[in-house]
Design a protein around this ligand. Structure first.
Ligand SMILES: Nc1ccn([C@@H]2O[C@H](COP(=O)(O)OP(=O)(O)OP(=O)(O)O)[C@@H](O)[C@H]2O)c(=O)n1
Length: 452
């Protein structure tokens, strides 16, 4: 890894540091922004650490917000951008529910850096002093090593989330974890049970969206998933004795996650797609030999785990739908494809194709070409459907509930049934999607359902 020497501070960061220094305080950019700048990554945000107390920071800047004043953090606003300015602190932020969450300020940068999690995150920088690297962070960045600052057992006892962060950073940066740090992760992984679901979720997502989502295996080996995602440990034990697979379910899952682009919904779908399924041997509509999983079980597990980890409903809904249909391979005729698009949702269908491709490529080579060819054909049919603007949902029907009411039908459940019946017809025969045809068909359906 190319590790630089100089950091180009953004104008606002320079201005904040400059103003604090002019007033007689020390101030540095610190943590993730220094780490990322040194390896040429664009920092997500710029944090500043200072010897000034929160009240003193507030007195110097026109616009501030007390975002975490109890932890010594004030957000300084500049042109609508916010920069967290935190007073040098001695103690870690005890988040395990067993320690008091009091903070103690210090006048020493060294003390502040000492309480940070990893050497690569414990560097500070300003234009006057250059890089302050007391714990060998630059060397560890070069060597690609995640190592705790000082005693790893102490750092992890201060905040157990750091145990998961160790694997997250190793996945993001393609690093190994130093032996002493690894041992501490392994012995303290159980403490992750004290950490809130929201904080676990944020780190897990960063791990999954990294260049190395397969490092989740490390989290498993170190006993982390046993605490935060035991469902993953279950699939790491589950063999698949079918010609389609060369890995156990866990190994296949890791490979499949690597094969989709770093998108939250896609990576989560691959993580959950085969969870909890016993394989069932069967044959499909065309008599082809198939080994089905039980996507409904996987869908249920995906929903349960994501709710436990407090994911938002939109993400849960999309992932569950993709998991449910990941193994549905329709007969390759437009009507069947339109029905599947309707069930999955047009907005998610391209994602489903990506999921199915990754799933196939993460299996053994047995019949792979055949499966990929079928997928290609499915894509072509889907493109034709889009090109012809075929009706794929109720909102595409050339008739509405209002039209049916205008035709004398009473509002209510039957009206919904009639509309569904019309959609079913049009999914098979797109040319039936005309107002005239549908009004007529609705009348027949009403007679069938015996409604006025
Ligand atoms: N549990 C934690 C969380 C954070 N930090 C320190 O606070 C800095 C900022 O933390 P955060 O914003 O969570 O992470 P970043 O390192 O900035 O990385 P990213 O932006 O990728 O989350 C870290 O670099 C580290 O010095 C820590 O010591 N222990």
């Amino acid at each position: 890894m190319e590790v630089g020497l100089k950091i180009d501070l953004p104008e606002h960061v320079q201005a904040i540091i400059g103003k604090l220094e002019e007033a007689g305080y020390e101030a540095y950019a610190v943590g993730g922004c220094v780490r990322d700048s040194l390896i040429g990554r664009i920092p997500g945000d710029w944090d500043i650490t200072t010897s000034a107390k929160p009240g003193e920071v507030k007195a110097l800047f026109a616009r501030t917000v007390d975002t975490g004043i109890q932890h010594g953090t004030v957000t300084v606003l500049m042109d609508k951008m916010g920069y967290e300015v935190t007073t040098y602190r001695v103690d870690g932020e005890y988040e395990d529910g067993r320690h008091p969450r009091e903070v103690e300020f210090t006048a020493s940068l060294l003390e502040d850096l000492k309480r940070r999690d990893f050497t690569i995150n414990a560097m500070a920088y300003n234009d006057r002093c250059g890089i302050v690297d007391i714990f060998g962070g630059r060397q560890d960045l070069k060597d690609k090593i995640i190592r705790c600052v000082g005693d790893a057992m102490e750092r992890f006892s201060e905040d157990a989330l750091r145990i998961l962060r160790a694997v997250r950073f190793s996945a993001q940066l393609g690093c190994t974890i130093a032996e002493s740090t690894r041992q501490a992760v392994s012995s303290l992984a159980g403490n992750l049970k004290h950490i809130s679901a929201e904080r676990i979720q944020a780190e897990l997502v960063k791990l999954l969206l990294s260049d190395n989502p397969q490092y989740l295996k490390d989290a498993w080996e170190l006993g982390i998933t046993a605490v935060i995602l035991p469902e993953f440990d279950a699939i790491m034990k589950q063999e698949q004795n079918t010609p389609h697979h060369c890995f156990n379910v866990g190994g296949h899952t890791l490979k499949a996650m690597e094969l989709v682009k770093p998108d939250k919904v896609l990576r989560l779908t691959m993580l959950f797609h085969d969870m909890g399924k016993p394989l069932v041997h069967s044959s499909d509509e065309e008599g082809r030999d198939r080994f089905y999983g039980h996507p409904d079980v996987s869908e249920e597990i995906a929903g349960r785990v994501m709710r436990r980890l407090r994911f938002d409903n939109d993400t849960i809904g999309k992932v569950c739908r993709l998991v449910k249909y990941h193994d549905t391979h329709p007969v390759l005729k437009p009507a069947n494809v339109r029905r599947l698009v309707h069930k999955v949702g047009n907005e998610l269908f391209l994602s489903l194709l990506l999921v199915q491709e990754a799933d196939i490529r993460a299996q053994s080579t047995y019949k792979r070409e055949e499966k990929l060819e079928a997928l290609l054909k499915l894509k072509e049919i889907y493109q034709d459907i889009l090109r012809d603007s075929d009706c794929l949902s109720l909102k595409d029907l050339k008739i509405t509930g209002k039209d049916l009411i205008g035709d004398g039908m009473a509002p209510g459940r039957e009206l919904g049934q009639v509309l569904q019946g019309l959609l079913d017809d049009v999914l098979s025969e797109p040319e039936h999607n005309t107002k005239e045809y549908l009004l007529d068909a609705a009348r027949k359906l009403r007679r069938q359902y015996n409604t006025p």
